[in-house]
Design a protein around this ligand. Sequence first.
Ligand SMILES: Nc1nc2c(c(=O)[nH]1)N[C@H]1C(S)=C(S)[C@@H](COP(=O)(O)OP(=O)(O)OC[C@H]3O[C@@H](n4cnc5c(N)ncnc54)[C@H](O)[C@@H]3O)O[C@H]1N2
Ligand code: MOO
Length: 392
Amino acid sequence: MTRRPVSDHRRAITHAFAELVGTETVPLTEAHRRVLTSDVLASAPMPAFDNSAMDGFAVRAADVEVDVPLPVATRIFAGDTDPTPLPSGSAAAIMTGAPVPAGADAVVPVEQSVERDGHVRLQVQPDVGAFVRRRAADVAAGALVVAGATVLTPRHLAALAATGTGTVEVFRRPRVAVVSTGSELVPPGAPLAYGQVYESNSIILATLCAAHGAEVTFSGSSGDGGDFAATLDAAVEHADIVLTSGGVSMGEREPVRDLLSDAGWFGPIAMQPGGPQGFTVWRGVPVVSLPGNPVSVMVSFEVLVRNGLRAAGGLAPIDPTSAPLASAVTSIAGRTQFLRGFLRADGVVEVVGGPGSHLVATAANANVLIEIDSAAVHLAAGQEVPTWPLTP
Ligand SMILES: Nc1nc2c(c(=O)[nH]1)N[C@H]1C(S)=C(S)[C@@H](COP(=O)(O)OP(=O)(O)OC[C@H]3O[C@@H](n4cnc5c(N)ncnc54)[C@H](O)[C@@H]3O)O[C@H]1N2
Ligand code: MOO
């Protein structure tokens, strides 16, 4: 049977997911980790007005003589919107953040003053501009605050709030449903009878999807009997994308393949692990069907699904880099092999565990996938290989 090239299968998935790109406007309180659609400019300068950096006295620097009393003409507090201009030859008591009155050009901190009987003696000769936070020193009105495509951090949200933006347009998060299949599966933590297997694919798929910008809206499980159709119907009610695991290979009970084989493409792709795959549409919703072996699920997501899902949510791709192999590697001809690897601090990559797609606990020690070209059967130590960063 001919195997579909890995890149063809990935392209089919990415192409369908691209249809899902959408935007929405949300308040800043809901915008953490969301992806901005376009540049946001400051609607107000920051600071919006000259204001005091200290609790103290606003003066004209030229009026100050050390220890010579100046009359205190007024007192200005943060939030005062119409401070009286400073008469020449006087001082104004001023609080941090309060507007510096017209006429004043410096602030002397209260610690460097003595106030008595309506007059203040200043103990220092201030420079013009001392402790005055100038209008627009941080950002001018109309200047760029956060660039489009930025993933919003708490720092970005503070910058947006401070410059007057209350809502932002962000990419919609794709809604993903995760469905596991297999009559042998039991939830982790439950008693395990002989022949049963702890279910681990739903947790890895759900967390991988969330890490790449998706909202996981449904997580279900079905046995190998007839209940997969009902589970899938429930899943598409809640989701833009469904990811299934298991039930796609050559066995006598393959619920995913049996239900969906006429709804799109099923077959082997030229990769190991993750050979048997399906990509179909069910009730208008794209369904990516991954093989059941837990390492195959992880590798298939990272190699086939990750960047398409990111693009659907407005996120930039995460592409492979390369590193030299710590030791020689053998592979299978005709299939791109993805070995679990550990990229060391010295930039050299070691193979972690064996190639078997059931070795899920060992795979937890990996931080990259090592891509071995389908034409290669033997690679020497030191050979540069593509390395795919695994989702942290
Ligand atoms: N005659 C052939 N047999 C198999 C082939 C083949 O080409 N010819 N391919 C093998 C490969 S490669 C893979 S991968 C698997 C894929 O099979 P399925 O997608 O049908 O997966 P299942 O049979 O349902 O499960 C495989 C394996 O994984 C365990 N599993 C399944 N789901 C979970 C889960 N949610 N959590 C933990 N473990 C799970 C399941 O118990 C099986 O051990 O087919 C090979 N066979
Ligand atoms: O192609 Mo399968 O995913 O290796 O065990």
